[in-house]
Design a protein around this ligand. Structure first.
Ligand code: ADP
Length: 891
């Protein structure tokens, strides 16, 4: 954090080291060392020279003493003689002086030669000789002056004196020679040593001087450099200080060393504190409690791996309010976590803007969530409204359909019924339009291109509106132009919806004349080879539309003349929906019209070519069928409402189908296990178990139920609902209220075919504890052999008997039987079934027989019975058809 220690303010300082600063003391030390080394070598040399010089000096001193002795003896003799001649006392002065000097000289000499044993001996001899001489002289001087020496005595004295003198001179001579020799030797030695020492001394001195000069030079240079560096540093420091002190950000150097620490004066403007005051404030007082921990992490978390960090925290202003500071921490030196640069910027404004933005985003999210909730609510409302309106409408339209199909109505009743029916239809149109438009607006409608046959689309569309055209006595026709491909890829359901809207409008607003659907191919070179531009147009000879109103045609809820809605009905949504659908297909509906003459609505879409139309998946819905479709389909109708049960059952049974009713999902699941159905019509909203759960349940029963067609019969028709049906395993859906023809068309489309030659039953398995093999169906070859053998009459007779046997042996009354009785019935049926070619039934009977005989205690008779009953039902249809064909003579 910005505050971590109590640090006084110090200026920036950073000492610098250079090469010069290291070399100068080194050179100085080297010079001193050199001088010391030279001195160590030179001193003994000089001492040696001195010693040798002392010895020479010493020799000279010895020689001088010897000379003194010799001179003293001479002086004493001369003085003695002069006194003897003159007898004057003063003539003895030299003699007395000589005695003193001789005494000193001999004493000195003894000392001087003390280092030389030979000379010591000689000096002793000399000393003795001198003493004798002086004694001799003294004796001669002490003789009385009147006594005249005898000539012989005088001569003897003289001779003795001369001998003594000679001896002294000889001793002195010997000693002198010795000293001369020593002098020569010592002088030579001195001469040899002295010049070398001087040369060495001079050289050393020069070297030392050189070293000192170099060291001095470096020292001077270093001092100059340091001075310069100091100046540069001071300049730069001044500059940085100026920067730090004038920047609006707080700049701090954080360190435990007070000498390093620094706080810029921006603390005054940013937080209201004096820098010194700020620097010693403890973090707990300064940083917001919520931010303290993070601030501490930012400051202390710096390391060579993470040398910088940025944190945004609240700091207390001196006046008490909080200020947001964005603090950037950086290690000043990579390896020194103690010295940190912290630059703090006031980001309070930015923070408050962020807060505003965050609040705005949160508001937007809430608004969006509310909008989505509203949209969801709208979707849910539409779903529920659609369901709630469609369900009673189903009753109205269904019953009027049924009543209109009866012949006992008088004209008045028929008219009223027709009005009820047309009112219901109008209401259904309104519901459909509103739903469609809502779906388009919610982006829930997607174009799903699939291959389709254009001729079938045209035929289908015209057939739906033909009754209206016939009713109004209008000529209705279609023209498909030359070159229009037969098979295209597009969303034919949506194309049909648009065409029906245009055709319906044309018929609605035309009183006499004709309505024509034209389809043409427009050559378009810009299109890829596999695509065609197709133009659809619907032309009528009706009331026409004024030019001023044409623009509004495609607006929702717009009608050219409000009175028309009373006359012709409609919501004003049809064209808006059609336009959106065509736009989704990449086209645009255009209108050309003349009031009183008629109108043409047209649009162009680009559709890819297809090699074949997808007839199987999207078989066109027959518009009007009066006869029954595939006869005798076994239909299970899962529907809870009695009205709906009644209507659907009436329509289906009137068309020749057999209908069982299950009032809820659970009963539907049970029913499919007890009989074989060609189709299950499944309501979705049912008590106990809904249609989706029931479908899932049925699909999970085993392989026999995978292909069982299950079609939702429901008022839930929104895309996400339809999606849910598919996911649950339903094959398709019919919207309620359904029209009679639609229902029958759906049965025709979805019900499993029941031709005489088809394999009877697809594979199915029993529960695992009764491992009866899967049925393999009906073997027509076996049956034909029987036919050849017995002929049609007897074979027919056999089939009837077998039919009766089936009822007798496989029925609800078997429930109380024992395994042994089960086995007996199964055995009896197995042989008859096998004889007639009903292989699957035979195998099942044999398997049941085996289980009942071999493991009677394990046999689940209820399950075995239900399997047998399913198999019985499965053969019933073909059995009857075979009987019928034998009667008709065309097997
Ligand atoms: P509606 O359900 O009212 O028919 P549409 O959107 O299909 O809604 O049509 C809107 C209005 O456009 C109609 O009410 C009618 O006034 C006018 N209109 C549509 N087609 C024709 C036509 N072929 N001839 C004359 N007027 C038409």
């Amino acid at each position: 954090m910005l505050n971590t220690a109590r640090e006084p303010m110090t200026p920036f300082h950073k000492p610098s080291t250079t090469l010069g600063s290291k070399v100068a003391p080194l050179a100085l030390a080297s010079a001193i060392l050199l001088v010391a080394a030279c001195s160590a070598l030179l001193i003994p040399l000089l001492l040696d020279v001195k010693e040798k010089r002392l010895w020479v000096q010493h020799t000279y001193e010895v020689l001088a003493e010897l000379d003194t002795i010799r001179t003293g003896i001479g002086d004493a003799e001369a003085s003695q003689r002069e006194f003897l001649v003159a007898h004057e006392d003063e003539r003895l002065a030299p003699y007395r002086a000589a005695i003193r000097s001789l005494s000193e000289a001999t004493g000195k000499l003894s000392t001087l030669v003390s280092d030389n044993a030979a000379q010591v001996a000689r000096a002793r001899t000399l000393d003795q000789q001198v003493s004798e001489k002086l004694a001799d002289l003294s004796r001669s001087l002490q003789q009385p002056r009147s006594a005249t020496p005898l000539p012989q005595q005088g001569t003897a004295d003289a001779q003795r004196g001369a001998v003594l003198t000679r001896q002294i001179r000889e001793t002195i001579q010997i000693m002198r020679r010795e000293e001369q020799r020593l002098l020569t030797t010592r002088s030579n030695a001195l001469e040899q040593v002295a010049p070398r020492s001087i040369a060495f001394a001079v050289g050393t001195l020069l070297l030392a001087l050189l070293a000192l000069t170099a060291a001095g030079y470096l020292a001077v240079r270093e001092i100059r450099r340091r001075t310069q560096a100091e100046t540069v540093l001071q300049t730069s420091e001044r500059r940085y200080r100026l920067l730090a002190e004038n920047t609006i950000d707080i700049v701090r150097l954080l360190s435990s060393d007070p000498q390093q620490a620094y706080t810029s004066p921006a603390t005054r403007t940013v937080l209201g504190y004096e820098p010194e005051e700020f620097a010693i404030l403890p973090p707990e007082e300064l940083v917001h409690p919520d931010d303290l921990a993070h601030a501490q992490v930012c400051r202390t978390g710096l390391s060579p791996e993470h040398p910088s960090r940025v944190g945004t925290h609240r700091y207390r202003h001196r006046r008490g309010h909080w200020v947001w500071l964005e603090v950037a921490y950086r290690l000043m030196e990579a390896d020194n976590a103690d010295l940190v640069l912290a630059v703090a910027r006031d980001v309070t404004q930015r923070k408050s803007q962020e807060e505003v933005l965050r609040a705005a985003v949160a508001d937007a999210k809430t608004a969006r969530a509310q909008a989505e909730a509203a949209s969801q609510a709208k979707t849910d409302f539409l779903a529920s409204m659609s369901h709630e309106i469609r369900t009673p409408l189903n009753g109205i339209l269904g019953y009027t359909d049924l009543l209109l199909a009866e012949n006992q109505l008088n004209p008045g009743q028929r008219l009223r019924l027709e009005r009820i029916h047309s009112s219901g239809s109008a209401l259904l149109t309104v519901v459909n339009d509103v739903l469609d438009f809502s779906k388009i607006e919610a982006g829930q409608i997607e174009i799903e291109p699939r291959p389709f046959a254009l001729a079938a689309l045209v035929d289908n569309s015209l057939s739906i509106v033909r009754s209206l055209a016939e009713h109004k006595n209008l000529a209705l026709s279609a023209h498909v132009g030359m070159g229009v491909p037969e098979n295209l890829v597009g969303d034919q359901d949506r194309l049909r919806q648009v065409l029906l809207n245009l055709l319906n409008n044309a018929l609605k607003f035309t009183a006499k004349g004709s309505v024509t659907l034209q389809i043409g191919h427009l050559p378009d070179a810009s299109l890829p080879a596999g695509e065609r531009r197709v133009r659809f147009s619907v032309t009528d000879t009706g009331i026409g539309i004024p030019a001023a109103k044409r623009e509004l045609l495609f607006e929702r809820f717009s009608q050219v003349d409000n009175s028309t809605s009373r006359e012709f009905g409609g919501t004003g949504l049809g064209l808006a929906i059609s336009q959106r659908l065509v736009q989704l297909m990449g086209g645009q509906i255009l209108v050309a019209s003349e009031v009183g003459q008629g109108s043409t609505f047209s649009f162009e879409v680009v559709l890819p070519l297809s090699e074949s139309a997808d007839q199987g998946a999207h078989r066109p819905v027959p518009a009007s069928r009066t006869g029954a479709v595939s006869q005798g389909a076994n239909v299970l109708l899962a529907e809870d409402l009695e009205i709906n049960q009644d209507i659907a059952r009436s329509i289906l049974e009137a068309a020749g189908h057999r209908v069982d009713i299950a009032a809820d999902g659970v009963r539907a699941v049970e029913a499919v296990q007890q009989r074989v159905y060609d189709l299950v019509l499944m309501d979705v909203q049912m008590p106990i178990m809904n249609g989706i759960a029931a479908t899932r349940h049925i699909r999970s029963l085993g392989t026999a139920y995978v292909d069982l067609p299950i079609v939702a019969l429901t008022a839930n028709v929104l895309p996400h609902q339809v999606q849910a049906f598919t996911e649950a395993g339903m094959n398709g859906h019919i919207g309620k209220p359904f029209k009679r023809d639609e229902l029958l068309a759906a049965v025709e489309r979805w019900a499993r075919d029941v031709p005489a030659t088809r394999e009877l039953v697809e594979g199915e398995t029993l529960p695992e504890n009764n491992s009866v093999p899967e049925e393999s169906g009906f073997n027509v070859a076996v049956f034909n052999e029987v036919l050849d053998l017995l002929g049609p009459v007897r074979t027919g007779e056999l089939l009837r008997r077998f039919d009766q046997e089936l009822d007798a042996r496989i029925g609800a009354d078997m429930k109380g039987r024992t395994p042994g009785e089960f086995a007996g019935h199964a055995h009896a049926l197995a042989s008859q079934a096998g004889f007639l070619g009903f292989v699957a039934l035979r195998e099942r009977c044999l398997a049941v027989e085996a289980i009942c005989m071999e493991e009677p205690e394990k046999a689940d008779l209820a399950v075995l019975l239900s399997g047998l009953m399913r198999q019985r039902d499965a053969v019933r249809g073909p059995l009857l058809q075979l009987e019928a064909s034998l009667v008709n003579g065309s097997p």
